[in-house]
Write a protein that binds this ligand. Structure first.
Ligand SMILES: Cc1cc2nc3c(=O)[nH]c(=O)nc-3n(C[C@H](O)[C@H](O)[C@H](O)COP(=O)(O)OP(=O)(O)OC[C@H]3O[C@@H](n4cnc5c(N)ncnc54)[C@H](O)[C@@H]3O)c2cc1C
Length: 284
């Protein structure tokens, strides 16, 4: 289908993008890789009179490691996440997850900023960012502010970002071991039926910390404090893993759709979470 007509803006600096956004209010939206927004416009589910393409703003497309802190610009593509060696050494969870998103064509265009700002419960990066306890860095007319990924998602497609704010970057502490991203999908290139991100640290044979997040099993990503707590202080014996899975399942609220009924999704969630915990522990 063909979208309704729109004006295309392509600013070279962030200040200009912000100005266009505030000049046009609800009639404007930023464009990143366009792999969610353009299909919505083509299907006439979104009518955006002013599109502000961010691809000419070079500062938004950098990946850096500042001490132990990883900073990823909003316009970094999923392909960059996969191919950046510094990032893979500092946070291999990013590569493991990005490789399970869509297909190579989509990953060359889809950006990390678009993926997390979209607010689609099926996107993989929001849960991943909650698992990493990432911060989202935003800029708007009143200046810059930071929102924790764990506080960002309010409902499907509703986030803490104001309409006149642009996500500039995402930052989180490096975490090089004890990671796993597990995803069940109907076919290659599909969104998750259920996905889970897990980060664990070990002290001797005991679990010292655990962070667990789930994707596409509620109308927002779910970070389960109770699931992590069920693992900390244990040796990750079968009983502890069962307790963690039970805790995570009581935090999610999947709905029936073309990926299956609720009972099936709960079953798949339990299987993929068990696998993710076991794989993360084997790498801790
Ligand atoms: C066939 C196909 C399969 C896919 N499979 C998956 C999958 O398995 N898993 C998955 O996670 N994703 C999947 N995607 C989505 C894709 O990976 C992109 O991440 C997603 O489209 C959003 O990124 P984008 O850069 O394309 O954003 P866009 O489509 O350009 O933007 C999405 C939304 O975010 C807003 N936005 C973008 N950047 C910013 C910013 N910096 N600040 C503020 N707001 C911003 C836009 O205004 C828009 O509302 C798939 C897409 C396709 C087409």
């Amino acid at each position: 289908m063909i979208p309704a007509s729109f004006s295309y803006h392509r600013p070279a600096v962030l200040a200009e993008a912000l100005k266009i956004l505030s000049d046009h209010g609800d009639d404007a939206r930023v464009l990143a890789g366009g792999h969610s927004l353009i299909p919505m416009m083509k299907m006439r589910m979104a009518n955006i009179p002013h599109l502000i393409d961010l691809q000419d703003i070079p500062d938004l497309a950098q990946i850096s490691l500042e001490g132990n802190r990883v900073v990823i610009g909003a316009m970094v593509t999923q392909a960059q996440l996969i191919n950046d060696q510094t990032l893979t050494s500092a946070a291999p969870l990013m590569k493991e997850a990005a490789l399970q998103i869509a297909d190579p064509q989509v990953r060359y265009m889809g950006t990390v900023g678009g993926n997390v700002a979209n607010g689609d419960p099926a996107n993989d990066m929001p849960g991943l960012m909650q698992c990493l306890n990432a911060d989202f860095n935003l800029i708007g007319p009143s200046g810059e502010r930071t929102v924790a990924a764990r506080d960002f998602y309010e409902a499907a497609y509703v986030t803490a970002r104001e309409d006149d704010e642009i996500l500039t970057s995402i930052s989180f502490d490096a975490h090089a071991a004890g990671y796993a991203y597990e995803k069940q999908k109907r076919k290659i290139g599909d969104y998750a039926t259920a996905a889970s991100a897990v980060l664990l640290t070990k002290d001797g044979q005991t679990c010292a910390s655990a962070s667990i997040a789930m994707t596409n099993l509620s109308d927002t990503p779910i970070w389960s404090q109770a699931a992590g707590d069920a693992l900390v202080g244990t040796t990750l014996d079968d009983g502890a893993i069962k307790d963690a899975v039970a805790a995570a399942l009581s935090d999610i609220d999947p709905t029936e759709d073309n990926r299956g009924p609720v009972a099936f999704k709960m079953h798949v969630a339990g299987v993929i979470l068990t696998r993710a915990i076991q794989r993360a522990w084997s790498r801790a």
